[in-house]
Design a protein around this ligand. Sequence first.
Ligand code: FE2
Ligand code: FE2
Length: 377
Amino acid sequence: MIKKLMFFSIPLDFIKPGERLEFDLYVNSSTLEGRERYYRILKHGQELTAEFFDIHIKKHSHLYVPEQQRKKYLNSVTSSLRDTSTKVEVLKSIAIDHMIHVFEGGDRSETILSHIERSKEVVDSIVDLIQHQSMKDLYATLSELGFHDCYTYDHSINVCMYSIIFYKFLKPQASKFELTTAGLSGLLHDLGKLRVSNKILNNVGVLNEWDFAVIKKHPEYGAELLTNCDCESISSEMLNEIQKVIMEHHENINGTGYPKKLKGEEISFLSKMVAIIDFFDAVTTKRSYHEPLNVKDALSLMHKSVGKKIDKVIFNEFRRSIFVLSDGKQDISVGDDFDPCRPYAELPIVKIPVQKTSISLRTGEAIKEVDPRKKAS
Ligand SMILES: [Fe+2]
Ligand SMILES: [Fe+2]
């Protein structure tokens, strides 16, 4: 049986005349959705002359590359870029295209399986290309980028990238296997949302009890999608770690999360790490529906959830990795029911009475400020 070739679309921006491409270029001659007819216009290794570019390439709004050549495409596009923030931007746009396929391709097990295997290739390339970046630079780039209409795609890729860099910060000698596991866990942590309707997912208003109960099912849905997933390229050890993150990223450190109300050490390390990144991205990334917090305010706000939602030791390391020199607003918090995987019309920020404490940037501990009048007496 001839295996049907699958394709992904690429923007014209990265195709320059005068180059020899490492991948084949195809166009789609059909205008009917679901009846695509791809034909090859350029074979890899052939020179892309200026004349060929003008006559055959420029007129197409989309070009296509076979799925099997995705890694070659990613590497060749990003290796030509020197500026790391452009690299992140390009990688993110390519990864968004991939996530659209994952989330909109349906949940048949063969489809999921092939998407997961391709996700690993995407994450492998992301690891190669960004692992030496700093958290601070990654934050700066991601916070500058525009946002995609669908929160989940944008957010999943951000969480993936932060997970890779933060893991590398925590463990500078981490292997490629560990970094890919961290990145893939971040990319797929909300996979279960593909079983939740967009109407519920994009509802920034008040969710009724039933809708919220459906959203709360996404960790279990996601873990279920990976059960019996016999991926050739992903070991059972890696799959097991990813599945735990999918299942546990909404567990709170004090046992009040969902779905199993796990607490403390019952929650895997990667799940606790992704939960912090999930939280951070939800409050710092630009969305169409709410203004983000700056990094200092976000860290101050998150600090109020230490020991309740998030792990203290990992959070302190997270603060250190982003390295900000002063504290943000001390009087903001989010309610205990804040859910980073939900879109909000406005961040549900709660003003709390000003406490005369500040947070040590070195240790993350609260420092009590001495009242100068008492000191004098
Ligand atoms: Fe989630
Ligand atoms: Fe999330």
